[in-house]
Design a protein around this ligand. Structure first.
Ligand code: AP5
Length: 188
């Protein structure tokens, strides 16, 4: 299966993607993690300037690291995209990458959580980009650049909205149900 996890900062994409990865036994591609892991490279240093300002990293950089990662053997069984795509050009690039590999996208899961809860979760975590001002900029970027991606997939009929405002296990039950239903409707 190919599944995209979308949601605002702090919605629980990483938390749920980790669980779903174990459940399905497929690769987990978090562009945020990949960019943080590259911090000692020129690409990582370029990305860090945007990340610390709460802004999206340019599309060409992000698409480049996803293309490289997709060649990994572990992606053959399926992939869970966590925090990618975040712009419509990224979504179009993902469509092209998957079409070349004859791997259709099966499902897009959008985690929905009220902004007040998101701020509480992020402030409690304390990553370098979790200070108040940067969190607000990350929300602004989500609203202006990533919301249109939800509409993009909504029109394709593969978007499922999940209420993420509950304890992690309960949210995962909702995620698993949506995935099981998608798998059942895709099987011949
Ligand atoms: P990224 O690392 O993807 O961060 P984000 O989208 O801002 O999301 P977070 O990691 O903050 O939250 P999450 O939704 O994964 O929630 P999590 O499970 O961690 O991206 C960072 C930066 O990289 C971006 O700002 C951008 O600069 C760049 N970037 C990445 N991808 C990009 C792309 N495609 N294009 C351009 N730029 C890109 O949970 C958050 C906290 O809440 C944790 O402490 C967790 O324990 C807690 N929590 C989770 N679920 C629950 C729950 N149900 N109840 C209570 N607490 C919970």
């Amino acid at each position: 299966m190919r599944i995209v996890f979308l949601g605002p900062p702090g919605a629980g994409k990483g938390t749920q993607a980790q669980r779903l990865k174990d459940y399905l036994g497929i690769a987990h591609l978090s562009t945020g993690e990949m960019l943080r892991d590259a911090e000692d490279t020129p690409l990582g240093r370029r990305a860090a300037r945007y990340m610390l300002a709460g802004q999206l990293v340019p599309d060409d950089v992000v698409v480049g690291i996803v293309v490289d990662r997709l060649t990994g053997k572990d992606c053959a069984r399926g992939c869970l995209f966590d925090g990618f795509p975040r712009t419509v050009p990224q979504a179009e690039a993902l469509d092209r990458m998957l079409a070349e590999r004859e791997m259709p996208l099966d499902l897009v899961l959008a985690l929905e959580v009220p902004e007040k809860t998101l701020v509480e979760r992020l402030s409690a975590r304390g990553r370098p980009d979790d200070d108040c001002e940067t969190i607000l900029e990350r929300f602004r970027q989500f609203n202006s650049l990533t919301q249109p991606v939800l509409d993009y997939y909504g029109r394709r009929g593969i978007l499922r909205r999940i209420d993420g405002d509950a304890p992690p296990d309960e949210v995962f039950n909702r995620v698993r149900r949506a995935v099981d239903e998608a798998m059942a409707s895709n099987s011949p």
